[in-house]
Every structure is written in C-alpha cells, then in structure tokens.
Design a protein around this ligand. Structure first.
Ligand SMILES: *[C@@H]1O[C@H](CO)[C@@H](O)[C@H](O)[C@H]1NC(C)=O
Ligand SMILES: *[C@@H]1O[C@H](CO)[C@@H](O)[C@H](O)[C@H]1NC(C)=O
Ligand SMILES: *[C@@H]1O[C@H](CO)[C@@H](O)[C@H](O)[C@H]1NC(C)=O
Length: 439
C-alpha cells in the first residue's frame, strides 16, 4: 500500500525537475522495494549522476514565487528537491538569486508556508531521497564535547599515526538526544540514511515518543562531569580466547568495563572475564541484561531496524517486547529488565562514522562489538580489548560448552576478517591494546 501511495504521489508531480531528480525518484522507489532489507547506498555512486541541482533550484524558486501564498505544495516534490540541495550544494543555494540562505526559516519566509510542516503536528517525516554515499553528509558534532585532560589519551595517537588522524573525530555525536528529532536542522541531517545510519523512513511519532518518554531521562553519561584523571577501560567481547584465560581480575581493575550481547560474568566465568559492568550494549535480539549483575551499569541501546523503535517503546513502558515476524518465523524476545534512567541510545551518526571511517563500508553494517570498541575509544583515555579478533584456535564464545568453529556462525551481515584486521591495526597504531594469548 505504501508503495502504491508513493507511486500515485510521484505521478501527480507537476513540476519537471529534470533528469537528475528523475533518477533520484527512481532510486527512492527502488529503496522502497527493499523495504525489509537494509538499504545499501553503496550500490550506486553519486558521481555517476553529476547533475547541477543549483540550477534546478533557481527554476523551482522562480516557479514557486508565482504561486499564490496559500498554495498547497506537493510536499513530496518540494521535500525531495530541497534535500538534494541540502546534501551538498549549500553554497549554490545561497548564491541563488532569491538569496535564500538555505535555512528552514528562510524557506518559510520565501514561500509563506511551512515547507517542512515544521511543528510537532508533522507526524510523517518528509520523504527525502536516499543519499547515495554514506560519506556524503558530515558527521554531527557533540556540542558538549570537552577534550580529556589526561596527558596520554586516545586522541594523542593522532599526533603519531596518520592513519588514525584521518579517521578519528573526537567530538562525534555518540548518543541520540531529544534535540536530534525536535530541532529541525538536526533532524533533517538524519533523514539522509536509514537505520542504523540515520532516521530516514523511521516513524517520527515513535521517535518523539521514545525521546520524550518520562522514563527516558537520558541523564548525562558522567553525572558530575567527566571524572578527573585518566580513564582506563576494558571492552569485553565474547571471544573463546577468554575461556580459561584467568583475565578476570585484570579486566575488573579498569575504571570502566564495557560488555555486550551475552555478557555472562557470574560463577565460573568471573575468573576469565571479571564481573564489573559499567556499560552494557545491546539490540533487541542480543539483549541479555539479566546477565549483567552490576547494578551501576549504564545501558547502550543500538537500533538497527524499524522494529527496534517498537521494542524501545515497550521497554520504556515496561511492556513485553512486541512480537516479531521475520522470514516466516514468529519471534518472542526477552523482556529487558533494566533501569530506564540508565538507558542511552546510540546516535545513528556514530554507526555511520565507525562503518565508513574504520570498516571501509565493508559488509552491510558494523558488528555491535565494533560499535562498543569505538564507544570506549571515544569515552576513555586508554582502552584494552578482550575477547576480540575471532581467533580460530579457540571456540567461538567463551561460554560455549562444546567447541564451536567460527565458520559455523552466520556471519553474512558482517565482515569478520575485516574487523579482525581492524583490531590488529588499532593495536599496531597504539590506539588500543588487543588482548592476545599463547596456547
Ligand atoms: C507511526 O507510529 C504511530 C504510533 O505507533 C502509529 O500510530 C502510526 O500509524 C505510525 N505511522 C506510520 C506511517 O507507520
Ligand atoms: C575451555 O577451556 C578449557 C580449559 O581451560 C577446556 O578444557 C575447554 O574445552 C574449553 N571449552 C571449549 C568449548 O573450548
Ligand atoms: C556503584 O557506584 C557507586 C558510586 O559511584 C560506588 O560507590 C559503588 O561501589 C558502585 N557499586 C558497584 C557494584 O560497582
């Protein structure tokens, strides 16, 4: 139905926007065809469609100015058009003869109507065309960011390593906040890509519900500001290399311990993996909050797909997770029993940052493990990672009862070799220490 509705709207498009926009419309439609699949913008490269949108905008403005002020816009065509400009032609926009500065307020002034329906009654997010290239839109910056005062911190590595300097953006936005949806200029930046890399096609009502939910207090990460001194962090993956390692005490000696997925850390596991958990990262299918014993833990929620918004709402309402139908199977997911005041949502730009800067857009999306390692690299001064690297000499997970080979695992969505190489590289450049073991 949604596709049909879209088709009808496109067919009623009155303004000829030129071949470039035609291609964009086609791509938008193609992306709808992949509704259940993560849209992979790498399929097409923008430079193949080197259209001058600035000229089109001029024509469009001229056309618009002859319309009566009360005209009802074809919202889809306007929105599509504007976003083409917003992505990479702000300069052309400001030099256009209307002297529009490209801001939403300016567009509103020019056209006398709210082009973007810019108030909370705008329930449906505008339809922007997909940005074709994940590198295209600049990463958002965290306005609260303060550099660490520790003399030797992760960003010090940028002085010595060109590879790291070209990739590391210390003030990248890490957590999603109300303003990301409530402030229009921020929200529109996030409409270029679909989850996990943006909020394109995500239900805005749901986003607003989540971010303004009374249980989602979204307290600052460090209640009393960033702690003084140098922060050491351990990131504990689930790799079988930890089985029998005896590394638990060493792990717990760090200021903060990051865990993810099945973070079993009680009983016989504690000796190998420790039991402190400062930050636990999960997505609906990987949620094992029950294994997190540490009552002080903060929870990072990773949203990969539309369902994850439904799941977030139920989690905040303390309801059971909504049922989930995928590939002919009905899923009942575990109910996360966590302190909602300790819940944080990872920012889509952070996914995109990790994916494009460090994983070179390989595979469809980064693993949760990769996301957590980079959370640590951005929140700590010194990072040691344990149970990473997919070492085939060991069983897949440290908690496996019988040996599980790595090839048995469904790794289709991820590029495991690529990540293994990344940990090695980060270790070599001195950005972190990768825990290794002799047999
Ligand atoms: C968005 O979510 C709201 C609340 O769950 C729902 O009522 C609405 O139908 C959804 N909109 C779309 C376009 O799916
Ligand atoms: C875990 O390590 C122990 C020895 O420390 C070994 O006996 C056991 O087989 C290992 N488990 C798996 C699943 O490899
Ligand atoms: C929780 O945090 C408080 C205050 O930071 C600290 O005193 C306490 O030891 C922590 N508890 C655990 C189990 O780590």
């Amino acid at each position: 139905m949604a596709i049909l509705r879209m088709l009808c709207k496109y067919q009623s498009l009155k303004v000829s926007l030129g071949a470039g926009v035609g291609i964009y419309l086609l791509l938008t439609l193609v992306s709808f065809g992949f509704n259940k699949v993560i849209w992979s913008p790498r399929v097409v490269h923008r430079d193949k469609f080197n259209t001058n949108f600035g000229d089109h905008f001029d024509k469009w403005v001229a056309h618009r100015q002859h319309l009566p002020r009360s005209s009802v816009f074809d919202a889809n065509s306007d929105r599509i058009f504007y976003s083409n400009i917003q992505g990479y032609s702000d300069k052309k926009l400001s030099s256009s003869r209307t002297k529009a500065d490209g801001s939403f307020a300016e567009l509103k002034r020019l056209f006398g109507v709210d082009v973007f329906g810019g108030d909370s009654s705008d329930v449906n997010p505008p339809m922007l065309p997909p940005s074709l290239n994940l590198d295209e839109v600049p990463f958002m910056r965290d306005s609260h960011y303060k550099p660490s005062e520790c003399p030797k911190t992760v960003s010090s590595i940028t002085k010595y390593s060109r590879w790291f300097r070209e990739r590391f953006q210390p003030d990248i936005k890490i957590l999603l906040e109300r303003t990301d949806v409530d402030v229009y200029s921020d929200y529109y930046k996030l409409l270029h890509y679909r989850l996990p890399f943006g909020l394109r096609l995500s239900n805005k009502t749901q986003l607003t519900t989540i971010l303004n939910h009374p249980s989602f207090t979204n307290l600052p990460l460090y209640a009393e500001g960033r702690p003084q001194g140098c922060l050491s962090c351990a990131v504990v993956g689930c790799g079988g290399i930890l089985n029998g390692s005896g590394a638990g005490a060493e792990i717990d000696s760090h200021d903060y311990v990051f865990r993810l997925n099945r973070a079993l850390s009680t009983g016989r596991y504690a000796e190998d993996v420790g039991h402190k958990t400062s930050y636990y990262t999960f997505f609906p299918e990987s949620m094992h909050a029950k294994d997190v014993e540490d009552k002080n833990a903060t929870f990072f929620y990773a949203m990969f797909k539309a369902y994850d918004l439904d799941y977030a709402i139920n989690m905040l309402n303390n309801d059971d997770p909504p049922r989930y139908f995928s590939r002919g199977r009905l899923y009942h997911l575990r109910k996360p029993n966590i302190d909602k005041r300790k819940l944080k949502i990872i920012h889509p730009d952070f996914f995109r940052y990790v994916f494009t800067r460090y994983l070179d857009n390989k595979a469809v999306r980064p693993t949760t493990g990769a996301i957590v390692v980079f959370l640590a690299l951005h929140l700590c001064d010194e990072v040691d990672i344990y149970g990473f690297g997919y070492d085939p000499r060991f069983t897949l997970h440290y908690y496996d009862r019988t040996f599980q080979s790595h090839t048995d695992w469904g790794t289709a969505l991820h590029d495991v070799d690529n990540e293994r190489e990344l940990w090695r590289k980060l270790h070599e450049e001195g950005a972190l220490r990768l825990f290794k073991r002799d047999l």
